[in-house]
Write a protein that binds this ligand. Structure first.
Ligand code: NAI
Length: 341
């Protein structure tokens, strides 16, 4: 039995969390949930978006499934996502983008994974203004790229490729301009690649890569890159397969891992039971894979794909005019999971 910290989050979070829990139950996966608060629901009860009990639970269980959180405006609260990332050193953000048959997108053949460095680069948080005579005359930001940070993220990308039978790793950089920060990343990419001779290695300059992703996304397999480029390219990849409602990500460290949908708490549709639960269910699939429960993961993934392909029980974001609710879509997926069991 695996105990997993479950954070139902804010907005549509509780609705899609129930959907995911129902589907995991249908698969009979040996998961015990340790429900904890974070986000606005935690601020309301504990006056902090990240209570100690939630941190302790994640520390104990080392695996968490997290629904989206509404970022509190004002109040000086630190971002929960950033705090969790730093506290548990969740250095790898892994985001698969796979086309879904039955969705209305331009491409039917996308199957790529972005592996984004989550802790360094321009997001290291070293920024300041320069003032003269009481006026701000400039703003500076320092990108931090370390050898150890590059090694562990690039190693992670290659290990992931090896474990999942993927064939190619593309290192994305801007070493022609950012000769030090991007240059070091590329140099280490080439070094690490030598240890994985069975996996093809190539590098791309980030701007050209963005264009190639939009024109011929099928040429990419695993993309590994620094924090800022990864932030942008992983959203671009989500757009290629039908948007944020379908895509999930994992934040992985040496000691702990957290799985979540890519979208936010969607306050505009919260409480209406019309949210698409797919991204949250795919986050659960990634969690099950991480915990070694591959059989349950494959059954759930297959069931999600079939329900979307059939298009009978899908929410309105996937099929305009549909009146299918979140629980109805979840039940259609759960039913297929049970049948495959
Ligand atoms: P959002 O992703 O919540 O919503 C953008 C649009 O997509 C909205 O129209 C929404 O209704 C729709 N949408 C999102 N998920 C959907 C789903 N599962 N099914 C159907 N439609 C869906 O982004 P927004 O509005 O910018 O952010 C809302 C809140 O979420 C903010 O407080 C933001 O800070 C937070 N947020 C949290 C994240 C996290 O916890 N990982 C990630 C992104 C945003």
């Amino acid at each position: 039995m695996h105990t997993v910290t479950l954070i139902p989050g804010d907005g549509i979070g509780p609705e899609i969390t129930e959907a995911a829990v129902q589907v995991v139950e249908a698969a009979g996966a040996p998961i015990q949930w340790d429900r904890q608060l974070a986000g606005m629901s935690a601020v309301d009860r504990h006056d902090t978006p990240l209570p100690d009990a939630t941190l302790d639970s994640f520390r104990r269980n080392r695996a968490a499934l997290k629904a989206p959180l509404t970022t509190p405006v004002g109040g000086g609260y630190r971002s929960v996502n950033v705090t969790l990332r730093q506290e548990f050193d969740l250095y790898a953000n892994v985001r698969p983008a796979l086309s879904f048959e039955g969705t209305q997108t331009r491409y039917g053949n996308v199957n790529l994974v972005t592996v984004r460095e989550n802790t360094e680069g321009l997001y290291a948080g070293i920024e300041h203004y320069i003032k003269a005579e009481g006026k701000t005359i400039a703003a500076e930001s320092i990108a931090v790229v370390t050898r150890s940070g590059c090694e562990r993220i690039i190693e992670h990308a290659f290990r992931y490729a090896r474990q999942t039978g993927r064939k190619k790793v593309t290192a994305v950089h801007k070493a022609n301009i950012l000769k030090c920060t991007s240059g070091l990343f590329l140099e280490i990419g080439r070094e690490v690649a030598q240890k994985y001779p069975e996996i093809e290695f190539e590098d791309r300059i980030v701007d050209a890569c963005a264009m190639q992703m939009a024109m011929h996304p099928d040429q990419f397999d695993v993309i590994v890159t620094t924090n800022l480029f990864g932030d942008i390219l992983s959203d671009l990849a989500a757009g290629l397969v039908g948007g944020l409602g379908l895509v999930a990500g994992a934040n992985i460290g040496r000691e702990a891992a957290m799985f979540e949908p890519v979208h936010g708490s969607a306050p505009d549709i919260a409480g209406k039971n019309i949210a698409n639960p797919t991204a949250m269910i795919i986050a659960t699939v990634m969690m099950l894979d991480h915990l070694g429960e591959q059989a349950a993961a494959r059954r759930i993934e297959q069931a999600v794909r079939e329900v979307i392909r059939e298009g009978k029980h899908v929410t309105a974001d996937l099929k305009p005019g549909s009146i299918c609710s979140t629980p109805e879509m979840a039940e259609a997926i759960a039913e297929k999971v049970r049948l495959a069991g």
